[in-house]
Write a protein that binds this ligand. Structure first.
Ligand code: FMN
Length: 325
């Protein structure tokens, strides 16, 4: 009998598929459906730091940006913090799979004290999604990265539930950042977040939002780093995110060493039953290969387990594909 159980952040998940933080997880009924179709856990849609700060009347600091302030006020009215706490409680009552709360933040300030309320509400873990665009040319990368470390350090003192950091993909040295977070108590990393991006409408001559959904080919950057991190920092758990659209991508991420994968765009596109389709593929593949459980093959093709690790290191087309015409 094939077992799909996996361990992520010290939690036992009945399958390695986690439904990513997004509007997909905005109702307990939908989350029940994901559970029925085999999801191992869900990450609730994010509570934004701005929402938390609004509760303590700090929104004025954003008042330089009129549009942002208007948006935040609207957003805050619609989604106050207490609603989020109540939502965690409702979802916890409705499902038995782990429920991971999510905070989207830009600083290491006051919002942190709120983390204990998330824990008290019953969340099984907290995913922290830090993102700010570095728009200050005189601030160093180190200064920006310090925010991540401060958040991890403070959370370690405030809460006992496991914490995962959902990281962007643009660090100069992701390994250093991940190691620093692990040292400060982080149990896991989500590699990688996919941010909202602008595009240009060359006919209408304006900036427009780019497509919000990923493509299957987007897994490759994630795949490289999952393969490297799982070997070089094995003490931290990895949830692979961005571009995981089907069963094959799920198998690839597990072979690269992920403890779980997060799926968002593919569920938006194909509906919740897609979770079951992906798990069926995984089960059939495991049966074909004679694997009884995930740990029989997890990480078998990571940076440390392949005969030629340079496959993970190659990055210059010029050097390796110069004969390709
Ligand atoms: C409509 C939409 C809303 C999202 N909202 C959040 C959010 O609130 N918090 C968060 O951390 N990520 C959010 N994300 C990012 C997803 O969780 C995920 O990291 C990203 O879409 C990449 O995964 P995918 O390739 O499976 O789509 C959102 C994505 C989409 C498409």
């Amino acid at each position: 009998m094939t077992k799909l159980e996996t361990n992520y952040l010290g939690l036992t998940l009945k399958s390695p598929i986690i439904v990513s933080s997004s509007g997909l997880n905005s109702s307990a009924e939908r989350i029940q459906k994901y559970q029925e179709f085999g999801a191992g856990a869900v990450v609730l849609k994010s509570l934004f730091e701005e929402q938390i700060l609004q509760e303590v009347s700090h929104l004025e600091q954003y008042s330089d940006y009129t549009e942002a302030t208007d948006y935040l006020k609207y957003y805050v009215q619609a989604n106050n913090v207490q609603e989020y706490i109540n939502f965690i409680k409702t979802v916890k009552k409705a499902v038995s799979i782990p429920v991971i709360a999510s905070v989207n933040c830009v600083s290491d300030n006051q919002w942190l004290s709120f983390a204990s309320r998330i824990q008290e509400a019953g969340a099984d873990a907290l995913e922290v999604n830090i993102f700010y665009l570095p728009l200050n040319p005189s601030r160093t990368a180190n200064e920006y990265e310090r925010v991540y470390c401060n958040v991890a350090e403070t959370l370690q003192k405030i809460i006992t539930i496991p914490v995962a950091f959902k990281l962007g993909s643009h660090f100069t040295n992701p390994l250093h950042v991940i190691e620093q977070l692990r040292y400060r108590g982080a149990k896991g990393v989500v590699l990688f977040n996919r941010f909202f991006e602008p595009d240009l409408d060359i006919h209408g001559m304006k900036v427009v939002p780019a497509t919000i959904f990923s493509n299957p080919s987007d897994i490759r950057y994630t795949l490289r780093w999952v393969g490297i991190v799982s070997h070089l920092i094995p003490e931290i758990d990895i949830s692979a995110s961005t571009g995981v659209h089907d069963g094959e991508a799920l198998v690839k991420m597990l072979l690269a060493g992920a403890n779980s994968v997060q799926v968002c765009s593919a569920i938006y596109r194909n509906g919740p039953q897609h979770i079951q389709t992906m798990l069926q593929f995984l089960t059939e593949w495991m049966n074909q290969k004679g694997f009884k459980k995930i740990d029989d093959f997890r990480g078998n093709l990571n940076y440390g387990h392949i005969p030629d690790p340079t496959h993970y290191e190659r990055s210059q087309f010029m050097k390796y594909f110069s004969n390709y015409e």
